[in-house]
Ligand binder design. Structure first.
Ligand code: ADP
Length: 264
């Protein structure tokens, strides 16, 4: 059982967490990370460095082999890369799903769903079905579904990766505003250095084989972030610094193979 944190305790703690899968993959080796309430942490690193595994352990969807994990047992929302909506159900019914699972009294469901949809700007399309929505709106629906239980901790696994850049920028802005206004603790997995830096109060860089943390950088810009930040020189410099950390984590580029030596 995970330990239940008290009100002023860190929201999520990984203390020397390791995880090796049955196929021998060392997804996480000795990972320690403490996330304070209200922090927005972006997790970035090459494919296979254990980002999703770390998030799934935070969500309780996966267990660590060794180490200690401290996380709230409830009050956690999870947003996947794919919106995973029920295609036959309305936006409102999709968002209501976690409340129905939790056997929330039916009279409380409609106002809670309306509140979640209003937060993500989807009040107007409550009775639409997913195929009538744009990709960005489907992702907003998925976020509303994660918010409807009023979580304090929000875990997002590359939620905007499938969107075009304009849609992605718009959702980045919305998420930054919502997270700052509501005081959420967020762990956000992304492959984009620009997105990681734009959103986060802290960027954690991971490396693979085995999955581990190699850098942990504070990002000091005021939150919520705004669109003009994207054009600022200090933002671009922060992105370049994280990019350099990422390249260092990946190691030197592979040397070209000398065919004569390789075959001979
Ligand atoms: P990331 O999200 O950074 O791409 P993952 O956490 O998905 O990385 O995976 C970390 C490593 O663990 C990878 O080598 C991956 O192949 C492996 N892995 C992840 N999930 C499983 C699983 N259920 N079974 C076996 N290996 C897995």
């Amino acid at each position: 059982m995970p330990d239940a944190p008290s009100a002023d305790a860190p929201a999520v703690v990984f203390d020397r967490v390791s995880k090796t899968f049955a196929n021998g993959r060392r997804a996480l080796a000795d990972v320690s990370l403490t996330v304070a309430p209200g922090e927005f942490v972006s997790l970035i690193g090459p494919s296979g460095c254990g980002k999703s595994t770390l998030l799934r352990i935070a969500a309780g969807l996966e267990t660590a082999d060794t180490g200690r994990v401290l996380r709230p047992e409830r009050d956690i929302g999870f947003v996947f890369q794919d919106p995973t909506l029920m295609p036959w159900a309305t936006v409102a019914d999709n968002v209501a799903l976690p409340l129905r699972f939790a056997r929330t009294p039916e009279r409380d469901i409609a106002p809670r769903v309306a509140e979640a949809l209003a937060r993500v700007g989807l009040a107007e399309v409550a009775s639409a079905v997913p195929r009538e929505l744009s990709g960005g709106m489907r992702m907003r629906t998925s976020i509303a579904r994660a918010l409807v239980t009023r979580p304090r901790v929000l875990l997002l696994d590359e939620p905007f990766a499938a969107l075009d850049e304009i849609g992605r920028f718009a959702l980045d802005l919305d998420l930054s505003r919502l997270a700052a206004r509501e005081g959420w603790t967020v762990i956000f997995v992304t492959h984009s250095v620009y997105e990681a830096v734009f959103l986060a109060s802290r960027v954690v860089v991971m490396a693979a084989n085995p999955g581990r943390i190699v850098a942990d950088e504070a990002i000091a810009f005021d939150r919520p972030r705004d669109e003009p930040l994207r054009d600022r020189a200090d933002y671009t410099a922060a992105c370049a610094a994280i990019s350099a950390r990422l390249r260092a984590a990946a190691g030197p580029p592979e040397a070209p193979v000398d065919r004569d030596v390789a075959t001979g």
